[in-house]
Design a protein around this ligand. Structure first.
Ligand SMILES: Cc1ncc(COP(=O)(O)O)c(C=O)c1O
Length: 467
């Protein structure tokens, strides 16, 4: 037995993998990774895979980046962890100062959690609690967009709308108000992203007008709905939303867990709309993809609503054990240094242009409905019928065929249902982008050529997994 097979066997004997129907592994290999270097992952038999999705959208400066590695090595000899209630440390203070400086004017306080979903829980609870503290307890509902994804803990699922993740649990979820997404895939022929986003805002305006007295906050994934299929919209929507939230006295929560740190072409997506949300939730690339951490930034106004004598019981008593972990903070500081020293946002423009040019030929593919791009995220939507845009039935698992082909060719391209996308680390080279485009083109040809017998049936479409 080869080394890969040996590790796979040991793995499958004891592990339960995330976002996976484990029975799939009766025919799909689990790929054991021994080491990583830059955009490449290497298995136990020396085969390399280009990490086209930044290992679930976290890795921005490559695997085993020597600059981040060294900082973590230095920190681990100083302090690996300390409780953040009542105690503090240098990396957490420096990182908080840095995040306040880097994010839009008005965000002045940083609260930490230890993963994206927990960061969302913090923002939702803080908003709800704020209205309690200022004597408006009726403001307790959340407005969310259709097709959104904010994580998988119960409140985070409640504000999400990707059926694959929420349907089973719906009787557990909070009662939220869902507004049609500005998703520009559905714009009329000839309509611009801006016009479509503007028109779609009408739904939000009406919901807020009607419900603002009972609404605590609106939560959005700014510019890109990631797990919902890398669906995109124009920054005008965020600008209009900020204005409406101010008009109606409702908080605005920006979930920039996936899009923060340069993914949309600016450091944070909210910059493109020129706005400051009331809560900005960051995670994933925050630590360069090294360690789990989330940061929730908010305003002094929110902070002051909790600041009082202990006996008033207004404090935010939320806590996660690993809050502000020094190693994670150090990884984040090293990551921010690279952004600054290498002028990454500027440099990414050429890479984004290469992503566009290397995939442009796919626009003529008979089963590609759209190629869309925002900054360093590019998505290719496969459809059964190009004219009507009829989707392939999800049960056919066309994306999985692209995934399997890419693995054979040495790339980890993990589609979202019928959407093939590139969300690579920013250290990818132009030639590596061309390689990805070549592999994706071949994979799409194979996936769309075969007639497929439907193996399973079910009620809802899949996303995030390569189904
Ligand atoms: C926009 C968005 N919000 C929240 C989350 C949840 O983050 P985590 O998986 O770290 O809990 C994700 C993860 O993909 C995400 O894309």
């Amino acid at each position: 037995m080869g080394l890969n097979a040996e590790w796979m066997q040991r793995d499958l004997a004891v592990l339960w993998h995330p976002c996976t129907q484990m029975k799939d592994h009766e025919r799909l290999p689990v790929i054991p990774i021994r080491r990583g270097e830059g955009v490449w992952l290497e298995d136990f038999e020396g085969k390399r895979y280009l990490d086209a999705v930044s290992s679930w959208w976290v890795n921005v400066f490559g695997h085993a980046n020597p600059r981040i590695n060294q900082r973590i090595k230095d920190q681990v000899d100083q302090l690996e962890h300390v409780i953040l209630a009542g105690f503090s440390h240098q990396p957490v203070v420096e990182l908080s100062e840095r995040l306040v400086r880097l994010t839009p004017e008005g965000l002045s306080r940083v609260f930490y959690a230890d993963n994206g979903s927990s960061g969302i829980e913090v923002a939702l609870k803080m908003s709800y609690h704020y209205w309690q503290n200022i004597g408006q307890p009726s403001k307790k509902r959340f407005v969310t967009l259709t097709n959104s994804y904010h994580g998988e803990t119960v409140a985070a699922m409640s504000v999400g709308d990707v059926a694959l993740f929420t349907e089973t649990y719906k009787s557990l979820l909070l009662d939220t108000l869902k507004v049609p997404s500005p998703d520009c895939y559905f714009r009329a022929e000839g309509q611009s992203w801006e016009d479509h986003s503007r028109v779609m805002f009408e739904h939000m305006e009406r919901t807020l007008e009607q419900h603002h007295h009972e609404v605590a906050a609106v939560i959005v994934e700014p510019l890109i709905q990631g797990a919902g299929g890398m669906r995109m919209y124009h920054p005008i929507y965020l600008k209009l939303l900020r204005e409406a939230c101010d008009r109606y006295g409702v908080h605005l929560i920006h979930d920039e867990i996936a899009v923060g740190f340069g993914r949309t072409g600016s450091m944070f997506a909210c910059e493109q709309a020129g706005i400051t949300p009331d809560f900005l939730v960051l995670s994933k690339a925050l630590t360069g993809g090294y360690l789990p951490m989330a940061a929730v930034l908010t305003t002094d106004k929110v902070y002051q609503a909790f600041y009082d004598d202990y006996s008033t019981l207004r404090a935010f008593l939320h806590s996660h054990t690993y809050t502000g972990n020094p190693l994670a903070c150090t990884a984040a500081l090293a990551t921010l240094d690279i952004f600054e020293q290498d002028r990454v946002i500027e440099a990414n423009k050429a890479l984004a242009a290469r992503m566009a040019s290397s995939t442009a030929h796919l626009a003529d593919h008979p089963h590609v409905a759209e190629i869309r791009q925002t900054g360093m995220a590019l998505a290719i939507e496969m459809v059964q019928d190009k004219t009507s845009r009829a989707a392939y039935p999800w049960q056919e698992r066309r994306g999985l065929k692209v995934y399997q082909h890419a693995l054979e060719r040495g790339a980890m391209l993990r589609p979202l249902g019928n959407v093939v996308y590139f969300l690579p680390p920013y250290v990818i080279t132009p030639e590596e982008i061309d390689f990805l485009a070549e592999v994706a083109s071949e994979g799409i040809d194979i996936a769309c050529r075969d007639s497929v017998s439907v193996a399973v049936s079910g009620l809802y479409p899949d996303h995030r997994d390569p189904g």
